[in-house]
Design a protein around this ligand. Structure first.
Ligand code: GDP
Ligand code: MG
Length: 662
């Protein structure tokens, strides 16, 4: 019996790896998992020309860095199992992107076969790829395939056998320029002292990875006696810089290779790809994301202000008309001070809510939000979450309830639990009225920036909390995730408007139900006992507030704020409505003036209150859905207690710092 030939099938996602794997192996395959991770592992065998091929379908990867578990799985398989042949499947219509992985496989010194798949589509586009040229330039074998029609599969099998029977040519080496090459040489020399290491790993590859600061590569030295030397050598360099420089060199290499192989391929960089290069750029990605968000809040403010003034005027007039036309004192008070003031204070923000949701819908339907998740992927991964978690978290900007339910898309239980626990820190639409009132009142022109800052704070607290939970509560690695970027599309106005209406309608419905209920309850507490002045310290609500005041007194919050926060648990908009009731002003301008006139309500306090509102226990609806989705009272109470504690501490810090600088 002939020796087994080990073949690893590598490639970017969606290039046809699995189709080729199936065509090569037929039905003889075994599906399992890669050790330690939930990445599917498929192995199949095939007899060909007296050889037995053992073929493994590696996870799809764009490169072979250590940023995602998929990449580490693929890379470690190649290093540790040392397959006789690595077959990279490429999408012939997208050679430029696919060749990046090729450059990395070459670097690892693999015995490489390229399956230029999807060549039917490439031909349809008129691309003519000079296979032999490609083979000689790279020192590899290449074969055109159309996997779903079975074209080229026999040739692949022949090529695999051929590759192992004959001594393969030396693969092309990418030069990194004099400075870097010197360092690679020096590292190779140090590594060469360790015999075990030299036997196991291609030293040039390992040196390159070490220069790039690749932690996974560094860990391969952990039991080596030259570890200290390598560390010393590396400590002089800025790895980030090398990582960028070397990646640039690889792209440069591909840039010069491509036109020699296919004159029409290189030109065809779609506008979508070009936008993605900028938008998902390592350095620009996050600033662009933040700038877009900031712009969104500025716009929300600018467009909504005139509408808010109209609504404010209307409710002012309505309250006046009601109180002057109704004789019965208690009824006039219930309608005027209670319902109209409370509901009006909340309805005031309808324009903001609609505009914000419209902007979010535009970003979503254009395909940008998927990029946002892509950009966050690396950051999220280092903080113990997978990039996929960012999608429910983004939904949390709307409302935590559907966002928490959306975590069902996460397969891994720990990933899901952590995402559920941190999603409420993403600032939902209900908190916006509180910010608009307070930031608008106390920060004037800077209001948009203050609100933007709160949203960013929410994201940061969510991410840092995820790291804490991952470290202390749900240990392990986030599961690997490969993000496919959908093509950009022209944002659909109709869809965006519908989305805006759906979200806005939820807000309106909440005003009609929960919020009316809340403000009526507050009115009752403010109106009784008979004889006490409405909403004063002598009323029921005043007594309740006085009881709670000590809890928030260290933050500089008085009893009115304490009451508003307690009722905010029903729905966070009620914080605004109850302030309107307690100050006896209703919402809008009148409430703003009353807050400014209150000496206990300083800009620092306002800022602290906004931070507290952002972070403290989410509303009752969100708490209930956490109970339901985690199936556990423990996690529900934990989330409520944790978030309130974080809110208390950060609000205190905000107030203290605010007092010094504002
Ligand atoms: P993987 O993610 O790399 O495993 O890709 P799949 O094998 O799942 O293939 C992705 C899609 O591309 C499937 O719908 C295949 O039917 C299709 N596909 C695969 N090879 C070809 C090909 O050569 N030409 C065309 N037109 N489609 C292909
Ligand atoms: Mg596949």
């Amino acid at each position: 019996m002939a020796e087994k030939i080990k073949v690893a099938v590598a490639g970017n996602p969606n290039v046809g790896k699995t189709t080729i794997f199936n065509a090569l192996t037929g039905a003889r395959q075994k599906v399992g998992n890669w050790p330690g991770v939930t990445v599917e592992k498929k192995v199949g065998t095939k007899k060909h020309k007296g050889h037995v091929l053992e073929i493994v379908d590696l996870p799809g990867t764009y490169s072979l860095t250590a940023y995602s578990a998929d990449e580490v799985v693929a890379r470690d398989y190649i290093l540790d199992e040392n397959p006789d042949v690595v077959m990279q499947v490429l999408d012939s219509t997208n050679l430029e992107r696919n060749l990046y992985l090729t450059s990395q496989l070459l670097e690892m010194g693999t015995n490489l076969i390229l399956a230029l798949n999807m060549s039917d589509r490439a031909e349809m586009r008129g691309d003519d790829i000079a296979i032999q040229r490609l083979e000689s330039l790279l020192g590899v074998s290449a074969i055109k395939t159309v996997a779903n029609e079975g074209t080229g599969i026999e040739a692949l099998l022949d090529s695999i056998v051929n590759k192992t029977e004959n001594k393969p040519p030396k693969p092309h080496e990418i030069g990194y320029g004099k400075g870097v090459e010197e360092k690679i040489c020096a590292l190779e020399e140090i590594l060469g002292y360790d015999q075990e290491l030299s036997k196991h790993y291609p030293l040039r590859w390992l040196s390159v990875k070490l220069l790039e600061g690749d932690e996974n590569a560094l860990s391969k030295l952990s039991s080596s006696n030259i570890k200290g030397k390598v560390h010393d050598y590396l400590s002089d360099f800025d790895n980030e810089e090398y990582e960028v420089e070397m990646a640039d060199k690889r792209y440069e290499f591909i840039g010069t290779l491509l036109p020699q192989v296919c004159t029409t391929c290189a030109e065809d960089v779609s506008p979508s790809d070009m936008v993605d290069k900028v938008v998902t750029n390592k350095y620009l990605g996050i600033p662009i994301f933040l700038t877009l968000m900031w712009g969104m809040f500025e716009l929300t403010f600018a467009f909504a202000t005139p509408f808010m003034e109209l609504i404010d005027m209307f409710f002012g007039w309505l309250a006046g008309a009601v109180t002057s036309n109704i004789e019965t004192a208690w009824l006039a008070s219930l309608l005027g001070d209670g319902i109209i003031a409370g509901v009006g204070a909340v309805l005031l923000f309808v324009p903001n809510i609609f505009i914000l949701f419209f902007a979010i819908a535009l970003l979503e339907s254009s395909g940008y939000m998927a990029r946002a998740a892509f950009i966050m992927d690396k950051l999220m991964y280092t903080m113990g979450l997978q990039g996929k978690s960012f999608i429910p978290m983004l939904m949390g900007f709307g409302c935590s309830v559907p966002a928490i339910m959306a975590t069902r898309t996460l397969e891994d239980e720990k990933d899901r639990l952590i995402t559920m626990l941190v999603t409420p820190f993403m600032s939902c639409g209900a908190r916006l009225p509180v910010y608009i009132l307070l930031a608008g009142t106390f920060f004037g022109r800077q209001a948009g920036s203050v609100i933007f800052g709160l949203y960013v704070l929410g994201i940061l607290v969510a991410i840092v909390s995820a790291k804490l939970f991952r470290t202390f509560l749900a240990r392990g690695q986030p599961s690997p995730f490969i993000m496919e970027l959908p093509p950009y599309t022209k944002p659909l106005l109709k869809d965006s408007l519908r989305h805006m209406w759906n979200e806005g309608y939820l807000y309106l419905r909440k005003v009609g139900t929960v919020i009316i209920g809340g403000v009526v309850l507050i009115w009752l507490l403010a109106y009784f006992p008979q004889g006490a002045e409405y909403g004063s310290a002598g009323s029921l609500i005043g007594s309740l507030g006085k009881l709670l005041e000590p809890l928030v007194a260290p933050l500089g919050f008085d009893w009115k704020i304490a009451v508003a926060l307690v009722f905010g648990f029903v729905a966070k908009e009620i914080v605004v409505g109850s302030l309107g009731t307690l100050y006896g002003t209703g919402g809008g301008e009148a409430l703003s003036s009353a807050l400014m006139a209150d000496p206990g309500f300083t800009p620092a306090i306002a800022l602290g209150l906004m931070v507290f509102t952002l972070l403290y226990v989410p509303c009752i609806g969100a708490v209930a859905v956490i109970k339901k989705e985690t199936g556990s009272w423990k996690w529900m109470f934990f989330q409520a207690a944790y978030s309130t504690a974080v809110a208390w501490i950060l609000a205190l810090v905000t107030v203290l710092v605010g007092k010094m600088i504002l």
